[in-house]
Design a protein. Structure first.
Length: 283
């Protein structure tokens, strides 16, 4: 990844005092733009603290002030990456943030937002975004430990018994919380909950041998493309699935089991998202 030029660093750093004068104005504007233009972003922040604009404001100011000394931000970047994974942030969400942030910076800086300054901020944003995306990728990939695979596999018997109840509840939760999801299933068969239950059981049973699911995964990816499933839809599913598991299976779904299923889900989701992007590109 190309390093930022000294000119870019200088321009971004020069805006730090202007942003620092009223940083919450910038972040409030950013969220206003993002939630208005990208409504699917809003659920990603539903558990955010009330002072989220202040938290983000400090991060933006810290980045601008330390853009020529990024090692000083290592601990902060690690913390942000971990938080992003816990809230199911994906690479596909970063353009939403970037577009909203850059517009908010332009609004905040006014006449100081020259083309040169905005180009520098765009380069700086994507430099940082790519750093975070790579860290988050490693966290997602390393989260499914052998112990977590064991926990997922141990849920297979109870899922065989109550899997259809789990998936039925999952769709109830998802359609209630994310009404737009209904359109993705308008042509789904009447036994869709049974089909999904079988897929979840097969995944749990083969979590340590995903090669055995190669044909099934390809079939799912093609179906997702046919029904216009996109990466931004995937967080809806894992949130709804975990809630359904807790509702139906009760104490079986301990925090450790939920974390194991979260990690397992994102391994499979990553495989599907990559394949679906290939299929969309080839269409």
């Amino acid at each position: 990844m190309a390093e930022l030029s000294e000119k870019t660093k200088e321009l971004v750093k020069s805006t730090a005092p202007l942003i620092k004068a009223d940083p919450e104005k910038l972040t409030n504007r950013m969220y206003e733009l993002m939630f208005g233009n990208y409504p699917y972003a809003k659920p990603l922040f539903k558990n955010a603290p009330k002072n989220q604009p202040q938290v983000l404001a400090r991060s933006i100011v810290g980045y601008a002030e330390n853009i020529d000394n990024l090692p000083a931000l290592e601990a902060v970047l690690d913390k942000i990456a971990v938080h992003h994974v816990k809230t199911s942030i994906l690479p596909d969400h970063y353009p939403w943030v970037g577009d909203s942030l850059l517009r908010a910076i332009k609004d905040t800086l006014g006449e100081k937002a020259t083309d040169e300054v905005m180009k520098a901020w765009e380069e700086a944003y994507w430099f940082l975004a790519n750093v975070l995306i790579e860290r988050e990728r490693k966290i997602y990939q390393s989260a499914l430990t052998d112990e977590r695979k064991k926990l997922v596999k141990e849920t297979a018997p109870v899922l065989k018994e109550k899997g259809e109840a789990v998936t039925t509840r999952m769709y109830e939760v998802m359609f209630s919380n994310y009404p737009d999801a209904k359109a993705l299933f308008k042509n789904a068969p009447n036994n869709q909950n049974q089909i999904l239950a079988r897929s979840i059981i097969a995944y749990a049973e083969n979590i340590d041998n995903l090669d055995a699911l190669g044909q099934a995964i390809e079939k799912i990816a093609k179906h997702h493309v046919d029904t216009a499933v996109k990466p931004e839809h995937y967080p809806w599913v894992i949130e709804s699935l975990l809630q359904a598991m807790k509702d139906v299976l009760g104490d079986t779904i301990t925090d450790a089991v939920a974390e194991a299923w979260f990690a397992a889900y994102w391994i499979l989701a990553d495989i599907l998202i990559k394949r679906e992007k290939e299929l969309y590109a080839a269409a």
